[in-house]
Design a protein around this ligand. Structure first.
Ligand SMILES: [Zn+2]
Length: 113
């Protein structure tokens, strides 16, 4: 067994993990530990002292890391969905206005946005 530990190398940030993302897209230098990187997704330190970049790459394959990414994506898609629902609600209001005020439409329905 080699006695030395593997230090974190910034050049690893250009390597790809198994999802085809560069390590730099989720990982950075751990300022408190030169033998570790810091996962900005999980907000935790990942040791690379044993097998270097491979340890960071295998972290990206971990269940926790994937779940956290999924959660981010879920939050974002919910935000998009909310916008869609809001625009649908706006259309519905316009439609109801049209139905109940069809005899005299005073509101302009062609607002640009
Ligand atoms: Zn992570």
């Amino acid at each position: 067994m080699p006695s030395g530990k593997t230090k974190f190398y910034p050049s690893w940030m250009e390597k790809m993990d198994n999802r085809g993302k560069t390590l730099g897209s989720w990982c950075k230098r751990d300022t408190g530990n030169e033998f570790a990187g810091y996962c900005t997704v999980c907000m935790k330190s990942i040791s690379c002292s044993n097998s270097g970049a491979n340890q960071l790459i295998s972290h990206a394959d971990g269940q926790k890391h994937k779940e956290t990414i999924m959660k981010y994506m879920h939050d974002n898609s919910q935000k998009c969905l909310l916008e869609v629902l809001q625009s649908q609600a706006a259309l519905r209001v316009v439609w109801i206005n049209y139905l109940y005020a069809s005899t005299s439409i005073t509101q302009g329905t062609g607002t640009k946005g």
